[in-house]
Design a protein around this ligand. Sequence first.
Ligand code: 0L1
Ligand code: MG
Length: 263
Amino acid sequence: MLKADIEDQIADKLYEAERHVYEVDKFTEQFPELNVELGYDIQDKLIEIKCKEEQAKISGWKLGLTSKSKQEMMGVHEPSYGVLLDSMQLFEGEPISTQSLIHAKVEPEIAFIFNKEISGGVISVTDVLDATAYITPAMEIIDSRYRNFDFTLPDVVADNSSSSRYILGERLYQVNDVDLRLMGMVFKKNGEIIETSAGASVMGHPARAVAWLANKLQKRGQRIKPGEVVLSGALSKAFSIAAGDHFSVSFDGIGTLEAAFKE
Ligand code: 0L1
Ligand code: MG
């Protein structure tokens, strides 16, 4: 089959699975030629379809698989990225319906909001911090379209790195006012602490993950633009969501973000 036909077929199947809320089997078994680069080409196609069908616009990017434990679990040595659309953003205080989600999970992240384009040469942690206007607490709701979250790296990349929804804190903070590496995090579910962590759990420093993204995007002819948001990658494992659940994430120095889920 031609590469373009494989891209169209997989992108369409992933789009339909999300739209009609059902799981599909991973594609690498059916298409052995599906590698990571082809996965990103399929992701581009999927985003094109979503932008057209949902009148959505790109609002930013997300990193996935940034923790050592998740990379080891998948036998990979690099993270993945996905695209955020404005249609994926939810707001604190609005209970989130689980009806359009397949088997969603939630994870705590740090959001970077940019006021400069990040491009040129090899992009460093300093370049990322210089271009960051603000940081704020975030939660990402991931929802793989694959049965039981069973996928390889090329599969999950094609599926926009399991992106589904995201919530940002409403108060924005200057990046220079905090030590992102040492910043402590407490994640609670229904009032009980389920994880504690620090910024360093994201590739040693959350801005290192963003620098990896900026360099990877540059190689693919894309870039992080002013006004866009980047989710750093999770500071803990992801937790399954059920209607009635309430999650909160608190970060040292940048406050708390809450999310409540309903039927
Ligand atoms: O945001 C994430 O870390 C998810 C990346 C994809 C892997 C997964 O679905 O667990
Ligand atoms: Mg994530």
